[in-house]
Write a protein that binds this ligand. Structure first.
Ligand SMILES: [Zn+2]
Length: 350
């Protein structure tokens, strides 16, 4: 039996193995403080029944996300505190387990191909990779859509894909979109936590001198075309309380009526189609951890032309009544795009 992290998004450290038990820890790498992301592959364990043990706060409500191909994911629906047991079938010679349902960059490429969209290069990453982006439409209203400023936060990617699917089916005229689906592309590919990187992570890099090339390019685009609307799709902390829901991180007391209008529209669109959302879940500005900092959303929101820019957080696991699945996340994104369209149509001018 081989346990490894040699695949896109892989992250694991094997501490000890016995015949039927494996003790694991996730790799924090350059993250300061604790974080919870992990993803590993088991090969050659056919017919074995193995219990995997973790540190605290590494497993969600439904146990690990399981996949055989890094494309389709389901919950194991079985865990016992910080451990889970898996019985490998006789033909299961390669099984992937992860904290959350991973979103492979290949999925985004396939989505683009399906719609006949050409993926452009935003820039080269710090590790020399070609960072993908999409340009959609043309016109005076500039929208920037981003995800994965924190590498491990895959629910944001599914929601973003849903937004694009709905928008492309019925776009608004005179509108230009820049979409950066993997703002920390190296982190997504390498399986980093991405959150709280030293000296700071991608979502604290919107400064006069950004250290990440992706951020520098997004800022350059905003300078050239403006950012009338900006949305950054994230996953929250591991689980519990607000982390089991969807919420908008509101960043301006002066713009509360705009936030309310958007949130009410989102509430209507999501009521039946996806995980339940209520604007009461939103995180209010200057409350708790929600303080001004050089994030994508806060920085964009300060621009003169910006009507609204915010972070949307979507749970990794949800609740019993609202259990997260990849289909549900896509539907959530579609609902978000409908709410966005209504918001733009009911806004007098940008
Ligand atoms: Zn985040």
């Amino acid at each position: 039996m081989k346990i490894h992290n040699c695949f896109t998004g892989g992250n694991i450290r094997v501490i000890k193995t016995t015949d039927d038990e494996v003790f694991l820890e996730n790799e924090l790498r350059d993250t300061e403080g604790d974080w919870f992301y992990w993803a590993f592959c088991v090969e050659g364990a056919e017919n074995k029944k193995i219990t995997f043990h973790f540190q605290k706060n590494r497993l969600g409500y439904w146990g690990p996300a399981v996949s055989y191909d890094l494309k389709e994911w389901h919950w194991l629906d079985n865990c016992d505190g910080d451990s889970f047991t898996y019985r490998f079938g006789e033909t299961e010679n390669r099984v992937y387990f992860a904290h959350n349902m991973l979103y492979h960059p290949q999925r985004f490429s396939e989505f683009a191909t399906e719609y006949g969209l050409s993926i452009d290069e935003l820039c080269k990453s710090r590790r020399g990779r070609s960072v993908p982006c999409l340009h959609l439409g043309d016109g005076e209203t500039s929208i920037i859509l981003t995800a994965r400023h924190h590498a491990c936060e895959s629910t944001g990617s599914y929601v973003l894909e849903g937004v694009l699917r709905e928008w492309i089916a019925s776009p608004l005229p005179n509108t230009r979109i820049l979409c950066v689906p993997f703002a920390d592309y190296d982190g997504v590919v390498d399986g980093d936590q991405g959150k709280n990187r030293a000296p700071h992570d991608h979502n604290r890099d919107y400064t006069a001198a950004p250290i990440y090339p992706e951020v520098a390019e997004i800022l350059k685009h905003a300078e050239q075309y403006g950012c009338h609307l900006g949305f950054d799709f994230h996953s929250p902390w591991h689980k519990g309380r607000e982390n089991d829901t969807i919420f908008i991180v509101r960043n301006s007391i002066a713009k509360q009526s705009r936030f309310d209008r958007f949130a009410e529209g989102l509430q209507r669109e999501l009521s039946a189609a996806a995980i339940a959302y209520t604007k009461e879940n939103d995180h209010m500005p200057m409350t708790g951890w929600n303080q001004p900092s050089p994030t994508f959303s806060y920085t964009m929101s300060l621009r003169e032309e910006c009507n609204l820019a915010f972070t949307l957080e979507t749970a990794y696991f949800g609740t019993k009544e609202n259990k997260i699945s990849t289909d549900m996340l896509i539907r959530q994104g579609r609902g978000f795009a409908k709410a966005l369209r209504n918001y733009i149509e009911s806004t007098e001018s940008f």
